[in-house]
Design a protein around this ligand. Structure first.
Ligand code: EPU
Length: 444
């Protein structure tokens, strides 16, 4: 039996196709960053379409500890963030949030601009690789910050106003790009960022900053130029909807032979996913307000797949899709090029009857940093194999959701431990599952 990591358990009675409609809220990988951006302004900001997920709760608490008032707005899912009285937080209070999320690292630039110093607790987030912060620290130093790493966390100070700089990232990191944006907007002079990440969530963050008064240009070839300004105001912004959650439900529909309308799903943010979904044999129909995803009957087709930074196939789409690939005829060959350790979840699928072999070699042509470094980052999935129920312990957010999909498509009743992890990124997933006809029962 797998080791128990949490008390909260879900019984999933599999074999029922998911059918119905779910509605997306704002993107998990944009909303917390837009909340941090409010810290840069001198006027209140209004963020709409905010999901009720743990990452939002953690960032709300951290903002409040720094004197930002965070209150519900007029419409459901609206937050009003007022940074009128930013203060240094009590370090012990901030430290109580150590290990809870990776977002605190993005407080560095805004706090340095507002207060001249910052304390950042140890980071959390999903354990899908080493997840270092070296790019972030290098960037902050380049802006002129002094960084002191201590056992409790990071102490940073800006002896004078941060200065614009030239940054060339070793990899188009989402977080490091956000770090440059949130720091460069108020730095003196021009910042030029090369090898930037250009995920849709980054472009939406740039839209937020532009509304606040920032001057940011996105050039071709991953170059972003920021002209620093002296002062930023507030914003009113409706967060883009969560394209990663959309893909998760699409894969759940496919793997359970179901039919799910995902209200709020945007074609333009999911084109690469849609191409792969169609190639595998899934069907979709793009409407004005969302996308319907379904299994059209017949066999699914195996395919070669490599994850990559945008506009490639997003790494967060990989885990839910792999469950559907266990039902495809033939050999699917997967190469994960963003995280070195994001295939551990396949062990549980194998325990449910999937045939999946992991490899250290790069099984694909996309340049990758892991091939020479002994990481199991490629997989061959041979299908179709019937999945049977199992006892599962959720390892991380996307892996966790993929376990749910596997349990929903398997024969029998699975026992899934640690479901609270899924609340980090999926709003009301139990309510949504119930609405789609899934037979699940909460145990504790
Ligand atoms: N990296 C470094 N050094 C750094 C920063 C990153 O080596 O200082 C490496 C990472 O180890 C990783 C790669 O660069 O191998 C990419 O990391 P990136 O910085 O792009 O990821 P992130 O900002 O930490 C965000 C999302 C992830 C998503 C990735 C890639 C948030 C809160 N998280 O993470 O989302 O997978 O970008 O798109 O926005 C998820 O939603 O489940 C999730 C993990």
């Amino acid at each position: 039996m797998p080791e128990r990591t949490a008390d909260d358990v879900l019984l999933v009675h599999g074999g029922v196709p998911l059918q119905g409609e779910i509605a997306l809220r704002g993107a998990k990988n944009l909303v917390p960053k837009a909340m941090v951006a409010a810290l840069l302004g001198h006027e209140p900001s209004r963020l709409l379409n905010v999901p009720d997920i743990d990452d939002v709760h953690i960032v709300s608490r951290l903002l409040q500890l720094h004197g930002v008032s965070v209150t519900p707005g007029e419409e459901p899912g609206e937050l009003v963030l007022d940074p009128a009285s930013v203060v240094q937080a009590n370090i012990a209070d901030v430290d109580a949030h150590a290990g809870a999320s990776r977002i605190p690292i993005l407080f560095c630039g805004p706090l340095l601009h507002r207060l001249g110093h910052a304390f950042i607790p140890d980071l959390g987030g999903c354990r899908i690789g080493d997840r270092p912060i070296d790019f972030h620290l290098d960037v902050l130093r380049q802006f002129g910050a002094e960084v002191d790493k201590r056992p409790q966390g990071l102490y940073l100070s800006a002896p004078e106003r941060l200065r614009g700089t030239k940054v060339d990232l070793p990899f188009p990191s989402v977080g490091a790009t956000e770090q440059v944006l949130l720091t460069g907007v108020l730095a003196e002079g021009v910042t030029e960022l090369r090898n930037a990440a250009i995920e849709p969530e980054i472009i939406d963050l740039i839209a937020v900053l532009q509304k606040m008064g920032a001057i940011i240009t996105v050039h071709t070839d991953r170059v972003i130029r920021i002209t620093g300004v002296d002062r930023l105001g507030g914003y009113r912004h409706r967060a883009m909807s969560d394209r990663l959650e959309a893909a998760s439900w699409a894969c759940a529909a496919l793997a359970t032979q179901g039919d799910v309308y995902v209200r709020g799903a945007e074609q333009k943010d999911m084109m690469t996913f849609l191409n792969v979904f169609r190639t595998v044999g899934g069907a979709f129909d793009v409407g004005d307000e969302g996308i319907r995803f379904w299994h059209p009957g017949g066999a699914l087709r195996a395919l070669p797949l490599e994850t990559d930074v945008h506009p490639g196939f997003q790494t967060d789409w990989q885990q839910p899709l792999v469950v559907a690939l266990t039902q495809a005829t033939g050999l699917s060959i997967l190469h994960e090029t963003v995280y070195e350790n994001r295939l551990g979840f396949t062990e549980a699928l194998a325990s449910m009857g999937a045939t999946i072999q992991l490899y250290r070699e790069c099984l694909g042509g996309t340049p990758c940093r892991f091939g020479q470094r002994n990481f199991l980052h490629s997989a061959v999935i041979s299908g179709p194999t019937k999945l049977h129920a199992a006892e599962l312990v959720i390892p991380d957010l996307r892996g966790g959701f993929s376990y749910l999909i596997a349990a929903l498509s398997a024969q029998g009743t699975s026992v899934v431990h640690g479901i609270e992890l899924i609340n980090r990124g999926y709003e009301d997933f139990l309510g949504k599952l119930a609405g789609l006809g899934a037979r699940v029962e909460r145990v504790a």
